[in-house]
Design a protein around this ligand. Structure first.
Ligand code: 5GP
Length: 187
């Protein structure tokens, strides 16, 4: 039997509930893997090295750029983020479906590199609600918060380039909708 790995790429402005939805997918589909990106951003207290990200220095990150180790990478909020080719290709070879959580430009680049990827955009109910969620989350400095809100507006303008757009007005409904998409894609 040939097992064909599927790549599910999730994007959304930060504060859209994307991480919660991605976690739910990984909980429901324990056979799926999460694509652990490399980043130069500081680790948040809840995050684990090698599980949420590979936290590396800017110098190490740049080395990996020059040696072509990334499928795609982006720099935003003064930090670098990148999808590791070895990680993705290793999973594809093993037939392991992989879930990505990247920004919109990264998602489009993943689709270019792996045309069968399924791009899913999680849309926040509104920019105002998104601001509120980010403020409540309280994980960013004021300066980073403003940058993230500007970025959210830019990211929203990309949503039509995605295969699916799931509106996260109600988290349970959004989770259900994502599950339906995955079922359809793997069946
Ligand atoms: P955070 O700092 O909140 O973990 O992530 C900030 C943004 O970086 C989010 O939009 C997240 O999806 C994105 N991101 C995380 N990893 C990658 C990656 O490997 N590539 C790209 N392009 N974006 C990423």
């Amino acid at each position: 039997m040939i097992i064909k790995a599927k790549l599910f790429v999730f994007s959304a402005p930060s504060g859209s509930g994307k991480t919660t939805i991605v976690r739910d997918v990984l909980k429901n589909y324990t056979q799926f893997a999460f694509s652990v990106s490399a980043t130069t951003r500081k680790r948040r207290s809840v995050e684990k090295e090698g599980i949420d990200y590979f936290f590396i220095s800017e110098e190490e990150f740049k080395k990996k750029i020059y040696s072509g180790e990334f499928v795609e990478w982006e720099k935003f909020y003064d930090y670098y983020y990148g999808t590791l080719k070895s990680f993705v290709d290793g999973n594809i070879q093993k037939g392991i479906s992989t879930v990505f959580e990247v920004d919109v430009k990264g998602a489009l680049k993943i689709k270019e590199a792996y045309p069968n990827s399924v791009l899913i955009f999680i849309a926040p109910p509104s920019i105002d609600e998104l601001k509120e969620r980010l403020i409540k989350r309280n994980t960013e400095t004021d300066e980073d918060l403003i940058k993230r809100i500007h970025r959210a507006e830019m990211e929203l303008s990309f949503k039509d380039k995605f295969d699916y757009v799931v509106s996260n007005i109600n988290l349970e409904l959004a989770k259900k909708e994502v599950k339906e998409i995955i079922e359809k894609e793997i069946s």
